[in-house]
Write a protein that binds this ligand. Sequence first.
Ligand code: SAH
Length: 256
Amino acid sequence: MRERGEQGKITIQYVLVLIQEVKPTPVNAPDTINSSKKIRLVMALRNAGIQDTDVLSAIERVPREHFIPNTMSDQAYEDIAVPIGLGQTISQPFVVAKMTEALEVTNLHKVLEIGTGTGYQACVLSKIARRVYTIERHKPLHALAEENFKALNIRNVTTLCGDGMRGWPTIQGMDQAPFDRIIVTAAAREKPPEKLIEQLNIGGIMIAPVGVAGHQMLKRYKKEAEDTYSVSDIMPVRFVPLLPDIARDTSEQGIA
Ligand code: SAH
């Protein structure tokens, strides 16, 4: 009995050596590097408390390197915010995950996002929601986001260059309000614009950062009835400010 066992062990070891020898030498192709970095990021998000598997899987399916400047693409899967030009940033993956989780999105939901940036959060949402509508006030960022959605063949996101503080336009032919979920990715000073609460469905949830630089809190608003909503705090955050009107971008302020 014992002898046979030993023999079995030898055979297994031999097979393993053979497998190791025929295995091709690993290639450090960018895709291979990115997919292992991405898996590490998703595991880090899980360890940091993100539990919703739809959210983790959406993050895993979005190539974040598409949404950040080429010069910084090696940082695509670090859990950090990265500058995207015009004084704006792509949000930190943990914050994107936390906001998406808090939004409790399903594939039945129509979501409005204020602050497209280059489109990362909208792309993550597009993997879970039925449709995403997103508004950006900087024309060059809006154009870049459009390009990104096209390149990644994302068809359930509609973009608009405008002032998101006014909500989604209610003009005939464009009207989409009310929304099941609203996510604001720039911080209002005291509270999110009334117009946004107005465009939320009853029973709907809005996630938005509120406060001045250094003192911002991510908040969850639930619309209980036509004119009442509840508010709760999620966590302290750092976002760029929510600003009115379409930005007047000058040629000196390029996109990185
Ligand atoms: N959602 C983005 C975050 C971009 S940073 C991501 O996934 O990375 C926040 C963005 O909000 C900036 O691009 C800024 O220009 C935009 N923003 C600020 N105020 C706005 C407003 N009133 N309407 C639309 N976009 C606004």
